[in-house]
Design a binder for this molecule. Structure first.
Ligand code: SAH
Length: 226
């Protein structure tokens, strides 16, 4: 990874403070914490948001969408225990920051976003960082990305009304999926595991708040309250 912006003095201190904030939420895996030092979050956000880029908070990225809270993304990585051989499907590229964290951890990341300008922007930033093992796609990710299935890990970064069945089908044997399930106001973060033809579900967090998953297996645009 090219590191020009990593040495930007204005941000190094903030980045280290963010890592302390993440550690305080209970994630103490050093490899995961180190990822937040390796990937400059500000580059993934609109420049007007750079002063807030290293707050442990969701940040608006335009088009009514938000980049997720870093400590939540750290929890994702902690729960999923990615292996370097894992192939990952991400639904909702958004800023592309989580895409970068995943690409540095897994073998390959396939990331779907329905808003083209967000996907384009994420592509540019990932390219600028020299990240080459992430494939981005514009379309409805609620039905997955069948062409490259099955996936060891699926991360749904938008709120779903129920477990998206099409995505479960694209999980490999032994695969796991994190998905926020609930209403458009509040969701539970659910871990779905697949073993053979059987799936199990476990609640990881009681209350999270994601932007809605819009699409065939999510909400229709008319139903969306955004
Ligand atoms: N992990 C991202 C989260 C972005 S917010 C980040 O931290 O930046 C969730 C994203 O999901 C939004 O960009 C939204 O446009 C996208 N999204 C919603 N429904 C989708 C769908 N059906 N397919 C693909 N992307 C979708």
């Amino acid at each position: 990874m090219e590191s020009g912006d990593l040495t930007d003095r204005r941000f190094v201190r903030y980045r280290h403070r963010l890592i302390e904030d993440i550690r305080a939420t209970g994630v103490d895996d050093l490899e995961i914490l180190h990822l937040f030092d390796r990937v400059p979050r500000h580059l993934f956000l609109p420049e007007a948001q750079w002063p807030r880029a290293y707050e442990d908070a969701p940040i608006p990225i335009g088009h009514g969408q938000t980049a997720s809270q870093p400590s939540l993304q750290a929890l994702y990585l902690d729960v999923l225990k990615l292996a370097p051989t894992d192939r990952v499907l991400e639904i909702g590229t958004g800023s592309g920051f989580l895409t970068a964290l995943l690409a540095l951890t897994a073998e390959r990341v396939y990331s779907v976003e329905r808003i083209r300008p967000l996907s384009r922007r994420a592509r540019r930033v990932l390219d600028g960082l020299g990240i080459q093992n992430a494939a981005l796609f514009v379309g409805d990710g609620s039905i997955g990305w069948r062409r490259f299935a099955p996936y060891d890990v699926i991360i749904v970064s938008a709120a779903s009304p129920s477990t998206p069945g099409g995505l479960v089908e694209q999980l490999a044997d032994g695969g796991r999926m994190l998905v926020p399930i609930g209403t458009q106001e509040a969701q539970e973060l659910v871990l779905v595991r697949r073993a053979g033809d059987r799936t199990s579900e476990e609640r990881v967090l009681d209350r999270v708040s994601f932007v809605p998953l819009l699409g065939l297996q999510g909400w229709s645009e008319d139903e969306a309250q955004v």
